[in-house]
Design a binder for this molecule. Structure first.
Ligand code: PMT
Length: 403
């Protein structure tokens, strides 16, 4: 999948350096060519020999090596790569990058590069949260460098918190996405809604639902991975932001509608969010207090985002996909929604409490189009997202062929 892609992996001196060996192996298994630069301190954690054995290439580390510079100069190392990945990225190398230092081969290559750079930070939690590191990270992000993670958990030093280098598969995923390894949706723009909406009663309370955002976020990830320029408009969730996706956080249905409209035009729209059908007519500016009688709260209808996006017009995405969350007669009600909303496809799922669809990693869906109904067996929400993305690819491949 990464066939013929050239990755320059810069390994700096952190305990997570050992994870790079697995990363190199995985990159090569996927067809990538991996060249490695090791900093002086990286050599304290892993050996050049193991890196070279796994990468099948010479390992570079000395800026002033006459032979290295003759064979493969530091400029060439970066020019002859499609992407640069710094993993693990210690607080030290991040600081040197932010300052533009070029005091060893790794930082010189990073300063001389014209390629996309990904960094996977790895350090003690206090070092990560230190203002100095955070300022360096902000500088690097502003320069277009992508920061992968870090994750949180148990650290090598025994402490707990944010600072762990991401796992191999997560870094691999980010590299693939960056290189648009499988770009069947490249050139297309997509909008995905996800999560619940919260409709406030007062500054403290709201009307919400049980959507976790897992299904919508998985869809955004799947289509972005196929190269679509993806915007995810999400209500409040605990899901991590999908890599390579532009994420817009909203709270209410009205905010979600505005964000969706602002994201147009797109080629594809997928409404997986569980949008509240109603909101409170009046929202109290202060917390409501018990005054003997409970307050009378009256509801008014929220705008229908899916219906709005499905309306004919020059801003209508070419493919509009909605969901139907039902607790009975799933297929009948899903089919009715296909016509009442005016979208192209409906994905109908059962949200009865015993099905545990909300928040679960699995889902069972019925794929409804004007051409028929397919009932997919129970599978993970990620798998559903991948299969859906494949269906989307078919639509655009067919329309491309017809042009
Ligand atoms: O988030 P998870 O925990 O992973 O759960 C996934 C899910 C169950 C939320 C998801 O699979 C799902 O079914 N999403 C749609 C939920 C929903 O609101 O369904 P609905 O039948 O009420 O609405 C039908 C369609 O209209 C949906 O595409 C919805 O996004 C859209 N809608 C509804 C109301 C509204 N005001 N605006 C809308 O756009």
């Amino acid at each position: 999948m990464l066939k013929d892609k050239r990755v320059l992996l810069i390994i700096s001196g952190g305990i997570a350096a050992y994870k790079c060996l697995d990363l190199i192996r995985n990159l090569r298994e996927q067809g990538a060519r991996v060249r490695c630069v090791m900093t002086k301190s990286a050599n304290k954690f892993i050996t050049k020999l193991s890196v070279s054995a796994l990468s099948g290439e010479k390992v570079y580390s000395d800026l002033f090596s006459l032979t290295d510079e003759n064979e493969m100069g530091h400029i060439q190392l970066s020019r002859e790569s499609d992407i640069l990945v710094v993993a693990p990225a210690t607080a030290n190398i991040l600081a040197r990058m932010a300052q533009g230092l070029a005091d060893d081969l790794a930082t010189t290559v990073l300063l001389a590069t014209n390629k996309k750079v990904l960094v996977a930070p790895s350090m003690n939690n206090r070092m990560w949260t230190h203002q100095a590191t955070q300022q360096n990270i902000a500088i690097l992000k502003e320069r277009g460098i992508s920061v992968l993670g870090p994750g949180s958990g148990e650290m090598a030093c025994g402490e707990h918190g944010e600072g762990r280098m991401l796992e191999t598969q997560e870094i691999l995923e980010a590299i693939k996405l960056e290189l648009k390894y499988d770009s069947q949706l490249f050139g297309l723009r997509a909008l995905v809604t996800s999560g619940p909406t919260h409709e406030p009663i007062d500054p403290v309370r709201y009307l919400g639902n049980r959507s976790s955002g897992k299904q919508g976020h998985a869809i955004a990830t799947a289509i972005a991975r196929l190269g679509a320029e993806t915007t995810l408009v999400t209500g409040p969730t605990n899901e991590p932001e999908p890599w390579g996706v532009q994420v817009i956080h909203v709270e209410t249905a009205q905010e979600m509608l505005t964000a969706c409209k602002n994201s147009l035009p797109t080629d594809i729209a997928i409404c997986a969010a569980a949008v509240a059908d109603w909101r409170f007519e009046k929202k109290s500016k202060i917390k409501l207090k018990k005054k003997g009688q409970p307050p009378t709260l009256s509801l008014i209808e929220n705008p229908d985002i899916l219906k709005t996006l499905s309306q004919p017009g020059n801003k209508r995405p070419r493919l509009v996909i909605g969901f139907a969350a039902e607790t009975e007669n799933i297929i009948v009600k899903g089919t009715q929604k296909l016509s009442s909303k005016g979208c192209d496809w409906i994905i109908a799922n059962d949200v009865s409490p015993n099905k545990k669809t909300f928040g679960n990693i699995n889902n069972t869906i019925n794929f409804i189009t004007s051409g028929g109904i397919e009932s997919w067996p129970k599978m993970s929400k990620q798998k559903i997202a991948t299969k859906l993305a494949e269906r989307i690819v078919e639509v655009f491949a067919t329309s491309k062929a017809a042009e």
